[in-house]
Design a protein around this ligand. Structure first.
Ligand code: PLP
Length: 380
């Protein structure tokens, strides 16, 4: 692994976090049990959702939502192409068809309600909104549209732990939301995810499907609540485990504070980089006054005259790690046969964007180094 001076993201655990993990291993109970239930309850309360179901990954949460909604062959699902592969893969896994819709603009790289409305066809069953970089985008208008047109709004809230809009938490505005606890996320547990919903049927089905479709899990059998089980439907092993739940509980309590730190760093990037010729910060706090972003990532747009590969190499040589969020999915071989209208804003944005480092404990010196390296990379 290269020795970055400033990595794209970074995680830091305290001695008490490690002790919470160690205590779980010492307890001798590792598979889904009381700690998972406590993490689900705390997460559900944090986001304001009636039901929270902890699962193996954000992808598992998205997949379970698609299965529980009964999406299948012949159904079309509208979603952005400017997202991670998992958002579209889960649609393919239930044999439905992803239909990619363009993003609003270069400064609002998320689905627009009018763009989605124009793409609705006779086979459309659902819409997936992805909170790009932790920004809720037009999720409230999409929820309105979905209600009016009898469609399911699914929220890919992988970036959105801590994102709020209109007094609600991202992931709780549509029929169900999926959070990711992957190692680079705002609540990093290595792997893991959470499905949230207010729909009791969807939650019950998701709980059953996450553990092989069984009527009772190991914890219930171990504690004498059930001695037997039925297999109600063919399910998956999408379970979560006790150690990560114990760590998750600890990280949840400091998520707000860490997101505030991300927000302050984003503010400084905005102030400093808005003056630099050759780059433009994409996301500003003032853009969505009624929203609180989780500031998951910090993307920039390069002047089209600058060569992105060369720009990234210069930053890499200065020890600054960068990434691209995202290479568009409609141009990937796996999704090339999926339907897409013209995605001009998506393609232009994806050609010009570069994500720079952002993590809560980034020091002032580290951020100053990133900014100075960007200024140099624009000049050379
Ligand atoms: C936008 C988006 N959707 C879905 C996922 C899938 O989450 P996971 O890696 O936890 O399966 C990720 C993260 O990796 C993501 O960034």
């Amino acid at each position: 692994m290269p020795d970055w001076i400033v990595p794209l993201g970074d995680v830091r655990y305290t001695g008490e976090d490690i002790e919470a993990l160690a205590a779980t291993y010492r307890s001798g109970w590792l598979s889904q049990g009381a700690k998972v239930a406590a993490f689900e309850a705390a997460f559900g309360e944090y986001v304001g959702s009636r039901h929270a179901v902890a699962v193996a990954s954000g992808t598992a949460a998205l997949h379970l939502i698609c299965v529980a909604l009964g999406l299948g062959a012949g159904d079309e699902v509208l979603l952005p192409s400017l997202t991670f592969a998992a958002t579209a893969a889960v649609v393919t896994h239930v044999a439905a068809t992803p239909v990619f819709v363009d993003v609003r603009s270069h400064s609002r790289p998320w689905l627009s309600a009018d763009g989605v409305e124009a793409a609705i066809g006779s086979r459309t069953r659902a819409i997936i909104n992805m909170s790009y970089g932790g920004h809720p985008g037009e999720v409230l208008a999409l929820a309105e549209l979905a209600r009016a047109r009898g469609l399911a709004l699914i929220e890919d809230a992988a970036h959105a732990a801590g994102t709020r809009v209109g007094g609600r938490h991202a992931g709780t505005i549509g029929i169900a939301g999926a959070f990711s606890f992957f190692a680079n996320k705002n609540l990093p547990l290595g792997e893991g995810g959470m499905l949230v919903t207010d729909d009791p049927q969807l939650a019950r089905r998701a709980r059953q499907l996450r553990s092989h479709g069984l009527s009772a899990d190991t914890w219930a059998r171990h504690h004498g609540h059930a001695s037997d089980y039925q297999v109600h439907e063919a399910g998956f092993n999408y379970r979560f485990d006790e150690a990560r739940a114990a760590l998750g509980l600890r990280l949840l309590w400091r998520l707000g504070q860490e997101n505030e730190r991300r927000s302050a760093l984003a503010e400084r990037y905005w102030t400093e980089l808005s003056r630099v010729d050759g780059v433009r910060p994409v996301l500003a706090r003032e853009q969505e006054p009624e929203a609180v972003s989780s500031w998951h990532i910090y993307p920039l747009l390069l002047d089209p005259k600058l060569d992105r590969d060369a720009f990234r190499s210069r930053l890499g040589a200065a020890g600054v790690q960068t990434s691209v969020h995202y290479p568009p999915l409609h141009l990937m071989p796996a999704f090339a046969t999926s339907r897409a209208s013209r995605l001009t804003a998506t393609e232009e944005y994806a050609r010009q964007t570069v994500t720079v480092p952002l993590f809560p404990h980034m020091s002032e010196e580290q951020q100053a180094h990133v900014i100075a390296s960007i200024v140099n990379a624009c000049r050379s």
